[in-house]
Design a protein around this ligand. Structure first.
Ligand SMILES: [Zn+2]
Length: 417
């Protein structure tokens, strides 16, 4: 991944043309400079900048960059390979160890085909709730943190903001930024990933690995199946293997595991293949998503599947048609996350929230990536995951308030002499 650093100054230097163009050609947010926002106003502003993962997030990143610059804070950007997206990180307060990283992702899931009651990109308040794409997952947290920046004037230990791109498509953006944070920041005491947890400390999430399987068959008339290989039939057999493996995982699940479901899942999301009812299919492909318990690596389940394909299934196909076979294309791998309840980041969050319980979640987040890089990490943020990715996604005003109080307490704590 090409890494591009832009130190925010009037002489910002870019080494990527496309990024340079996107970065500085149009910056309509100069008026945002030195403005203050309430949490609610900042949520409005961030939601109004649609950042569905498939699109660029630069408009939002530049808005944040300008806002921070207005408050005298320099941001650094780490661009995506194509230059159309960027992570942003910024440090507020003294350059010393013992600070706290507030981590959020800037992208949101699509709204296509979802029955929304109001414009998803205009925050609408109804019944004590703010509706809009990303209000809960997770522009709410980013917005509250940003709105409190003017209060961060007496910090004795720093707050580092770390906003990523492409979390929703497999936590693709964060690693290049985490690498930078590790290399450049004075060692922080904790990373708080502000995914929606209803302000509970979350100490564990699953890992993800997602891949495509391509089956190459051999076409003959369907009446002559013994001479052909139906890629569709083989794919069905392999998908059934995934279902069997998941069933065995469920049967062997540890009853003490707090995750729901408490086992590694293997899910086939899409299948495509075949030509006609009377032709053995030449091609079939399907996509698989493995979500593993934090102590298991999702790649292990993939390796087991690949070995079954190589050792058991493929020789049978090649005996009929040497051109037949099975291949894979590997995509995102997100490590699982599990920390002890005594972890410094967990202790910090519990102290600030006053809540003792810890939760484990089945969705994946960037926490595993931060943990893997050696940061003491916890997940805690406003809003409920139940509302994430839904039509009419919302965050309740109560949760906005709870998130604000939480971060105000953090600021007070990091302002102690
Ligand atoms: Zn999220």
């Amino acid at each position: 991944m090409s890494v591009l650093l832009v130190h925010l100054s009037t002489n910002a230097v870019c080494c990527s043309r496309s990024f340079a163009a996107a970065n500085r050609a149009a910056r309509p947010y100069a008026s945002a400079m030195a403005r203050t926002y309430s949490p609610r106003e900042m949520i409005d502003a961030l939601v109004a900048l649609p950042t569905v993962s498939r699109d660029s997030n630069l408009e939002l990143i530049h808005f944040v960059q300008d806002y921070l610059e207005g408050h005298g804070i320099a941001s650094r950007l780490v661009a995506s390979d194509c230059g159309a997206k960027a992570n942003l990180y910024a440090s507020i307060g003294p350059e010393v160890e013992g600070g706290v990283v507030l981590s959020g992702h800037t992208d949101v899931v699509p709204v296509d085909g979802q029955p929304w009651s109001s414009d998803p990109f205009v925050v609408t308040e109804r019944d004590g709730k703010l509706f809009g794409r990303g209000t809960c997952d997770m522009k709410g947290f980013c917005a509250i943190a940003l709105s409190l920046v003017p209060q961060m004037t007496r910090l004795t230990r720093p707050i580092h903001l770390a906003f990523s791109y492409d979390e929703e498509v497999g936590c693709v953006g964060a690693p290049s930024m985490i690498e930078r944070l590790k290399a450049e920041l004075p060692e922080p005491a904790a990373v708080i990933v502000g995914e929606p947890t209803s302000m509970q400390a979350v100490t564990s999430h699953k890992g993800i690995f997602h891949f495509d399987t391509f089956v190459r068959g051999f076409e003959v008339h369907s009446s002559q199946q013994h001479r052909g290989v139906s890629a569709v039939m083989v794919a069905a057999e392999l998908i059934n293997w995934l279902a069997d493996r998941q069933r065995r995982n469920a049967e062997a699940a540890n009853p003490d595991c707090l995750m729901e479901p408490p086992f590694t899942t293997l899910h086939c999301g899409t299948v495509a293949g075949g030509t006609a009812h009377n032709i053995t299919a030449r091609d079939c492909q399907f996509v698989t998503d493995i979500r593993s318990l934090p102590e298991e690596c999702p790649l292990e389940a993939f390796e087991e599947f690949a070995e079954h394909c190589r050792e058991v299934v493929e020789p049978r196909l090649k005996a009929i048609a040497p051109s037949a076979g099975i291949s894979f294309e590997q995509h995102a791998h997100v490590p699982g996350f599990r920390v002890d309840e005594n972890e410094p980041a967990v202790a910090l969050v519990r102290e600030l929230t006053g809540a003792n319980s810890c939760q484990e979640v089945a969705y994946a987040a960037e926490a595993g990536q931060f943990q893997q890089a050696g940061f003491s990490t916890v997940i805690c943020g406003p809003g409920s995951i139940d509302q994430a990715h839904q039509p009419d996604e919302y965050i309740s005003l109560d949760q906005v308030e709870a998130g604000t109080v939480f971060l105000e307490k953090l600021i007070a704590r990091l302002s102690q002499a």
